[in-house]
Design a protein around this ligand. Structure first.
Ligand code: ADP
Ligand code: MG
Length: 463
């Protein structure tokens, strides 16, 4: 079997094997797809390891255990051995897991939290592959990379980058950079206390502390760290009390000259349901945009990954992947893994034909078309105007400008001609559409906020 994704995990305790199972699960998702994964593999958990060579997994019922054993046992065993060559035998037992401890919170944001999901051990959630070494740098992410590395290298907070605010669309490497900061800072200066947490987990922890009337130790824990990283803070926007507590924590950290690193899917100014004072405070340090990848960066990422896995793939295949899978790096990696896993399993070489074949469904779903109607809706919604305003001839700025933006997005996100676009905007002439596009492009060049606004809309439409 060729090398897939060998990962060196540090500690061989329960977490190690639970992580190993997670890594194998990821391969299973990329090979069999989400649906099959959800129906079968997601029910399987790591149960225990006997020494370093025997792994026992658990299934919630005899039926599932037998089904997995008769259909997927071979691949599961192969993958486990592949990721950890010490593993010699694998077994699956039936074990009903205790009902998870659920917290019921009466809030309109959510009602049930599975506490099994919440591991309090922070380092356990760091992905060993997400290091600076494994991060491929190019123009779209070089600022974010350099700023992250500087934070990780420094022994104290860097005031001009405090907070370091990383933002960009999904799957572009924000989490990767944050984990890399944690790994690197920890290696460089083990005394520096680094805490990484998703905003979602921050919220769970906060609610748990409220429930257990333990808010003091919650506050203390966060305030005693040297580097606090909170990932995906868009998640807590508008969740009032969590947001408020986050902001207190944030202020305390910065006032203490400790480092804050935040990631988000949009820039501070674009956060909805957040007070202006908070938005502006979030943008005080260094705001670094992780832009969408370019073709060259995607090729670089594929090549680096292949090199690490010690697998060779022909140039046309790399080229095909880099030009077809453009949405985000996670999907690009997923596609590559799928191709490799497939060829490993069937023992055939990877060719352009086999790649096209294996990825047919994925590519088809990637080609999900954005319609002009989608654009009408999204843009009208964003600017609080009516969808019918898109087809009107009103020259009111508050209507005409969003309409021009929508025309611009129609041209960039759909294959429609100027004439077709004009038709969809209340039978306008193609020159009107052309004028609108030029106008938007001009403003985008001169006004970075506006550019960001339009790019954000474009990203939302594509996601
Ligand atoms: P985000 O948090 O921005 O949604 P992630 O950090 O989870 O994205 O990245 C998604 C996947 O893409 C991860 O597996 C990550 O390692 C990989 N990735 C993203 N950018 C790069 C890069 N520049 N070099 C190498 N891998 C990358
Ligand atoms: Mg992320």
């Amino acid at each position: 079997m060729k090398q897939l994704d060998r990962i060196v995990l540090q500690y061989k305790d329960g977490d190690y094997y639970a992580n190993l199972w997670k890594i194998v699960s990821r391969d299973l998702v990329s090979h069999y797809g989400e649906d099959l994964y959800k129906s079968w593999f997601s029910k399987i958990n790591f149960f225990e390891a006997i020494g370093e060579s025997e792994i026992i997994l658990s299934a919630p019922s005899n039926f599932i255990r037998d089904w997995i054993k008769s259909n997927y046992f071979d691949i599961i065993s192969k993958l486990l051995v592949h990721h950890d060559t010490k593993v010699k035998s694998v077994d699956i037992i039936t074990k009903e897991l205790p009902k998870s401890d659920v917290i019921v919170v009466t809030s309109n944001t959510f009602s049930l939290i599975d506490q099994n999901e919440i591991k309090d051990d922070t380092t356990a959630s760091l992905d060993p592959r997400f290091t600076f070494d494994n991060f491929v740098v190019g123009p779209p992410n070089e600022l974010a990379y350099a700023a992250s590395l500087a934070v990780a290298e420094s022994d104290e907070a860097i005031s001009k980058s405090n907070p370091l605010f990383l933002y960009g669309g999904v799957g572009l490497g924000k989490t990767h950079l944050m984990h890399a900061i944690a790994w690197h800072a920890n290696k460089k200066n083990p005394n520096r206390k680094v805490l990484y947490m998703s905003a979602e987990k921050f919220m769970y922890r906060f609610i748990k502390a409220l429930r257990n009337k333990d808010i003091m130790s919650f506050k203390e824990e966060f305030r005693s760290v040297d580097v606090l990283m909170i990932d995906d803070i868009q998640f807590i926007c508008g969740k009032e009390s969590t947001q408020e507590e986050f902001f207190h924590t944030f202020n305390a950290i910065i006032d203490n000259n400790k480092q804050m690193v935040i990631s988000c899917d949009r820039s501070p100014t674009d956060l909805d349901n957040v007070e202006d004072r908070i938005k502006s405070r979030l943008g005080w340090g260094l705001v670094a945009d992780v832009h969408s990848t370019t073709y060259e960066l995607r090729v670089g990422i594929l090549e680096s990954k292949l090199e690490r896995m010690n697998i060779k793939i022909s140039k046309p295949v790399i080229d095909f992947l880099a030009s077809k899978i453009t949405s985000n790096v996670r999907e690009l990696e997923g596609a590559l893994n799928k191709v490799i896993a497939h060829s490993t399993l069937v023992g055939r070489e990877i060719t352009l034909e086999s790649t096209q074949d294996i990825l047919r469904d994925l590519l088809r779903s990637n080609e999900r078309t954005i319609t002009i109607e989608d654009i009408h809706k999204k843009v009208a919604n964003r600017y609080n105007i009516k969808v019918s305003d898109m087809s009107s001839s009103s020259r009111l700025r508050s209507i005409a400008r969003p309409r021009q933006i929508a025309m611009y997005l129609s041209k960039t996100l759909t294959p429609k001609s100027l004439a077709d676009i004009g038709m969809k905007f209340g039978k306008k002439d193609h020159t009107t559409v052309m004028h609108a596009i030029k106008k938007i492009e001009t403003i985008m060049t001169s006004d970075p906020d506006f550019r960001e606004e339009v790019n954000l809309l474009s990203r939302i439409l594509q996601s």
